[in-house]
Design a protein around this ligand. Structure first.
Ligand code: LLP
Length: 389
């Protein structure tokens, strides 16, 4: 919720910028921890959602681990003070250099995505006289029912080891003397709002957990990935995801063997709602068929609408603070980039809007700032924190 005083505090800021509500972030992290702790669940934060320094610091202070997908993310997590024993390194294409670096930091585990990668990690660990802990990422062929670009757990996706390769994978593991299998890992997609998807995942994890057990592999960790969705339509009514409902699905349906740990890799659910992209209206173009608001943020600052046709709620903060604009006009809200895909929303109902008004694009804390680019040689993205305004 943007209070008028907050909006007035934005006035001297150069736009566009990301605004991070630190109090909401802390409440969200706390809610996740309060829900996970009683069930004995371990949460690793997926840095890819947002690696802004201040956000990372809050996540670390809350005691979460880190889920990284590049050597640089591993480095960043360590620099921020995450315990290496709580860092996992995932990704379909880890380079030799990244693997060697992560080995040197003695991270908790590599989430391994292919048999060839097992062999490479084994060889690199042998060269350094180390033993690498790994979790096998298995493609469970569970449909996440989300956007095709962020569905990852189907047979046609590039991720993970297919179930028909598992026999070969365990033969390889028996040969690889510099690898210790500590877990099995899954991630079926992102922005999942139907909790039944996670029930289906639990069923597959149980089957595979038994499969490994029957073959003499004692699996210490069941890592079920991330993917919990957020409400892009009602960011204020649903500012904190229902972590309890989410974790309860796993508590109820996952069959843990004695001593087994359950790990999660949440990104979006932890940081989305605390972030908004704040932008100023540069021009209002009233056409015959369309009214356009041309704002000073573009797909370079928030790529999700252009890339995934993603919906983000758009609000006119100046009108909200004025409180006296009751009419509604439908605008296409677009950025300044030289592409028609540079559009944040079509036919968006807003009060009559003027040049200079401040616009907020909500629920932008995850996969916003981190996916910004310098295309068109745009200014590097700025950000402000709510408690430093
Ligand atoms: N674990 C793995 C292996 C992942 O691939 C991902 C996200 C996560 C965890 C965290 O998922 P989350 O809890 O945030 O859903 N840029 C897209 C989302 C890409 C997600 C990639 N993987 C977007 O803006 O919607």
């Amino acid at each position: 919720m943007f209070e008028p005083d907050r909006v007035n505090a934005f006035t001297p800021q150069e736009t566009p910028f990301y605004y991070y509500d630190i109090a909401l972030l802390e409440r969200t992290l706390d809610a996740a921890r309060q829900a996970a702790d009683p069930m004995g669940f371990h949460v690793h934060y997926a840095l890819k959602a947002n690696f802004n320094d201040r956000l990372l610091e809050c996540v670390r202070a809350m005691g979460f681990g880190a889920d990284c997908v590049s050597g640089n993310e591993v480095r960043k997590a360590i620099e921020t003070g995450f315990d290496p024993g709580k860092i996992v390194f995932a990704g379909v294409g880890k380079s030799d250099k990244e693997i060697t670096f992560a080995l040197s930091k003695d991270i908790f585990a590599f989430n391994v995505e292919s048999i060839q990668e097992l062999e490479v990690i084994d060889a690199l660990a042998a060269a350094d006289g180390k033993k690498a802990r790994v979790a096998l990422r298995i493609n469970p062929n569970v449909d996440a029912h989300t956007h095709q670009y962020i569905t990852t757990g189907l047979d046609e996706n590039k991720f993970g080891i297919a179930h028909w390769e598992l026999t070969e994978a365990i033969e390889t593991l028996r040969r690889c003397l510099h690898i210790e299998l500590v877990g099995i890992h899954f991630h079926v997609g992102s922005q999942i709002t139907d909790l039944n998807v996670f029930k289906s995942l639990c069923v597959k994890v149980n089957e595979l957990n038994n499969w490994f057990d029957e073959r003499g592999f004692r699996i210490k960790v069941l890592n079920v990935g991330g993917g919990l969705g957020v409400d892009y339509h009602e960011p204020d009514a649903q500012s904190i995801p229902d972590f309890k409902a989410y974790f309860s699905v796993f508590d109820e349906f996952l069959e843990r063997k004695p001593g087994q740990e359950v790990h999660f890799e949440l990104g979006r659910a932890l940081v989305s709602q605390c972030g908004s992209l704040v932008s100023r209206v540069l021009y209002v173009k009233n056409g015959i068929k369309k009214n356009f608001l041309i704002i000073d943020a573009g797909m370079t600052e928030l790529m999700r609408p252009a890339l995934y046709q993603a919906y983000h709620r758009i609000e006119n903060l100046t009108a909200q603070a004025d409180g006296d604009r009751d009419d509604v006009v439908h605008y296409d809200v677009v950025g300044p980039i030289c592409e028609s895909s540079d559009c944040f929303g079509k036919e968006v109902p807003l009060p009559t809007t003027f040049r200079g008004d401040l616009i907020a694009i909500r629920t932008a804390g995850a996969y916003g700032e981190v996916m910004a680019s310098r295309y068109n040689l745009r200014q590097e993205i700025r950000y402000v924190y709510s408690d430093l305004l």
